[in-house]
Every structure is written in C-alpha cells, then in structure tokens.
Design a protein around this ligand. Structure first.
Ligand code: R2B
Length: 303
C-alpha cells in the first residue's frame, strides 16, 4: 500500500530516514529550551527585541572560557545571560552570543538545537556560528591555530554518523568556506604562519577514539595508534577535537554558516597530554581568543 511503500522507501544514503531537514515535520508550538532554562513565549516581542540582531554565536567548551570571551566584548554589568547547570548563554552585545557547549558531539548538539530555536523564533537572519576551542595537533606544534577546512568522522568521512529511529544515518557535514577563509585571512594578518588551514578529526570520545593510552583501558597497540595517525595525516588531518562534526552537520541542515577555530595544546605525534607550562598554554588560548574577538568586532557595530 502507499503508506507502506512510503515508509519503506530508502534514500540514496541507504536509510529510510532523511538526512536533510524536512521543514513540514517540524513543530514550533510550545517549544521549551529545557537545557537553557526557558520556554519560548507566545508573544515573541521580547525575544525579537533581544535576539533579532544577533550576527555571531560564539561557541566554546567551558563556562569559564565563555565568561572570559564575553567579558572581552563588554563589562559584566551589561552582560545578559541565561543558564542552567548544564549550559550557559551570554549576550555581551546585541549582535553577539557566547555559549558554553560542554564536551562532545552529543553535548553540543543539544545546545545547537536550543539556540537555533530561540534565534529562529526571534526572526534573526544573517547570523553564523564560530566554535573556538582547544585541540590536539597531528604534526603541528602547540600554539598552532587550526582553522577547520573539513570536519571528519573517525573513519575520515565528512559526515556525522548517528542512529536515528533505529537506523544508521550519515548527515553531510560542511563548514562554511567563505566564513572560514575570512577568519584565516584575519588570523594570518595577526599571527602569520601560526595559522593553519586543514582538516579536523572529530573523535567520539576523549580517550580511546583519540588513540590515548592513559585511559582506564587501551584496546590497541602503539603501532596501531601511530599507523592510524599516519593515515589521518595523509588524509589531510592536522588536529583532533570532539565537536566540529556535530556543528558542521547541524549548520549544514539548518543552513547557517559555521566555522571552527582551535588552538593546539599538544602534538599528539609526540605526546599524550600537554607538556607546555600552564602559562604558555594560557598564552596560546589567549591568541585564539584575541583573534576571535578582533574578527567579530570588525564585523559588528557596538550599538
Ligand atoms: C577539546 O577539549 C575537550 C576535551 O578536553 C573537548 O571539548 C575538545 O574538543
């Protein structure tokens, strides 16, 4: 019958679940941003007033870094914020949001949906995501600023693998090349060859999926680990982190440009964990933050 045929039709990626957005299926009534701690109001006027002019959504891992970045745009006194014990969303300028997404694709994905829903309801248009984070390098030294060209899964594909309604679906994941190139140019003008444009391996876990040997157990040999890292390098990977793919897949589906910029804390071809002094690591992170703030400020008015 027609219903049965419709249900069992398969898309070209081999699943009956679409890997693109199906706008007619989306419910926009009574939306609760549970993890940010608010419900979208029926009367959208306050939301429009606060969020309709947002141009940049800056994403980072921790609450502390989010506060640190937001304070570079404004004084604490003027900082609008909403938070739960899970996530934090700050608005240092009418055009800038700064949010903390936690660790991993699962964590950032929750926040992306809720921020998108808020901005969509407020009628914001012409905005983008920029993730700023830390990462391990592959053959590049600590302090390198990596701008992600392609976010890749553990099997080196530019798509996010997810089980949806019991089926494995791969969501195409593309970062915005114009936004990335413009960040790279800005970065190169500030820091020159410290800036590298390359592919990022987005790992599913911190320890095993990134070939670490300092977790509670290790299911591979040193040789297997190095051989995987060499394969990654040959495929163009210069760094490893844990969120880029979810951001790339999400932004591709909702059609919002996104870019990822990470500072290398350790070269994983040499070490498992950072060997630099704490103040040096702080200086490296500061580099990335200064670049991001300078870039955003050069694109927004301070109203
Ligand atoms: C980089 O650092 C975090 C893990 O320590 C993770 O969020 C990432 O991508």
């Amino acid at each position: 019958c027609a219903i049965h045929c419709k249900q069992s039709a398969r898309f070209s990626h081999g699943s009956s679940i679409s890997n693109t957005h199906q706008p007619e299926q989306r419910s926009s009534d009574n939306v609760i941003l549970f993890h940010l701690g608010f419900r979208l109001p029926q009367d959208k006027s306050t939301l429009v007033q606060h969020l309709s002019s947002v141009r940049f959504v800056v994403l980072c891992g921790s609450f502390q870094r989010a506060h640190h970045i937001a304070k570079r745009f404004t004084s604490l006194k003027y900082l609008n914020h909403c938070h739960t014990d899970r996530y934090l969303l700050l608005q240092p300028l009418p055009s800038v949001l700064v949010a903390a997404h936690g660790i991993g694709t699962g964590s950032i994905d929750v926040l992306l949906h809720e921020i998108y829903n808020a901005l969509d309801a407020a009628g914001a248009s012409n905005w983008c995501f920029i993730r700023i984070g830390t990462c391990g390098g592959l053959g590049v030294p600590p302090g390198t600023l990596v701008f992600t060209r392609r976010a890749l899964s553990g099997d080196l594909k530019p798509s996010l693998r997810m089980f949806v309604l019991g089926e494995q679906v791969r969501f195409p994941a593309t970062l915005d090349s114009d936004l990335t190139n413009s960040l790279v140019s800005h970065g190169k003008a500030m820091y020159g060859s410290v800036c590298v444009h390359g592919d990022t391996l987005c790992a599913e876990t911190f320890h095993i999926a990134q070939g670490r040997t300092d977790g509670a157990f290790v299911p591979y040999t040193e040789e297997q680990k190095l051989s995987y890292f060499r394969r990654c390098r040959s495929a163009g990977v210069v760094n490893l982190e844990m969120e880029s793919l979810a951001l790339a897949a999400f932004s591709s589906r909702v059609n919002v440009p996104a870019a990822v910029l990470c500072v290398v804390l350790v070269d994983r071809l040499e070490h498992e964990t950072p060997v630099k002094q704490k103040h040096e690591l702080g200086m490296f992170e500061e580099r990335a933050i200064r670049l991001l703030v300078s870039y955003v400020l050069s694109h927004v008015t301070h109203a």
